[in-house]
Design a protein around this ligand. Structure first.
Ligand code: ZN
Length: 254
């Protein structure tokens, strides 16, 4: 059967499918790949950009690896294996609590936060969309065009919400931190309907629209989602900058 690309919608032989397209970056331990991603789209997500433009892979890797190392080593300095190294962030420790700060070389760059955050949000859509297609065979439908526009072509803007935990109870095995995967419905507190979807990845819960929505749709979603999360989460915030996200998982300290 002739293959067609999930992102650019082009088919063979106009585009080729010779490389493995990992849904979750290999640099994060991802092991699954999507067969419907053409080589040029695959390359687009991974290739390092110039200046203040960050690739999708870079944005995902530099952030989620912070949480991953927290799960695997607890940032303990004695454990060489998991020594923390990030291009953009530093971990500050005080009385056993960790805090994420932006490295001085990026701190005063006004577009750094904005651009990296946008690439990160597009990266969440990218992982979700490729996994949705891999796990459920969906994705070529027209209603998903906005995901293609945002994640692949850097057009439009869509919100991503972050759920702030109220208790440090995260169901994640060491093995899952080593080779993380993305789930839509495993935990009972994850809410989804025809418009909004929620994912859990490396201990973090995110929600976002999977098609166009009205303010009413959003209010309904917000109410229903928070009802499910009463005992675990204190609130949801739209992600504006990456330091809004508890990548160091300070909640695990309590
Ligand atoms: Zn393509």
């Amino acid at each position: 059967m002739q293959k067609r690309c999930l992102w650019c919608l082009e088919a063979e032989p106009l585009v080729s499918f010779s490389k493995k397209a990992h849904t979750i970056p290999m640099s994060l331990g991802g092991q699954n790949y999507n067969n419907n991603v053409c080589d040029s789209c695959n390359e687009y997500f991974g290739v390092q950009k110039e200046g203040n433009i960050f690739s999708i892979e870079e944005a995902l890797k530099e952030t989620f690896n912070i949480s991953r190392r927290r799960f695997l080593t607890g940032f303990q300095p004695k454990r060489q294996v998991g020594r923390f190294k990030s291009k953009f962030f530093e971990i500050k420790e005080r009385k056993g609590k960790y805090r994420l700060v932006i490295k001085p070389s990026f701190k005063f760059n006004p577009i750094f936060q904005k651009n990296l955050c946008r690439s990160f949000k597009r990266g969440l859509y990218k992982m979700f969309f490729e996994e949705l297609n891999r796990q459920e065979g969906e994705g070529f439908e027209e209603k998903y065009n906005f995901i293609r526009k945002f994640a692949r072509y850097n057009e439009l803007d869509f919100p991503v919400f972050y759920f702030q935990r109220s208790v440090g109870l995260i169901a994640l095995t060491k093995r899952e931190a080593e080779t993380p995967f993305l789930m839509f419905g495993r935990m009972k507190y994850l809410y989804s309907d025809s418009i909004f979807v929620e994912i859990e990845f490396l201990g973090h819960v995110f929600g976002f629209p999977k098609q166009n929505f009205t303010l009413d749709d959003f209010q309904t979603y917000h109410t229903k989602s928070m009802e499910l999360k009463t005992n675990f989460f204190s609130g949801m915030i739209p992600i504006e900058k990456l330091t809004d996200i508890d990548f160091t998982l300070t909640i695990l300290n309590d």
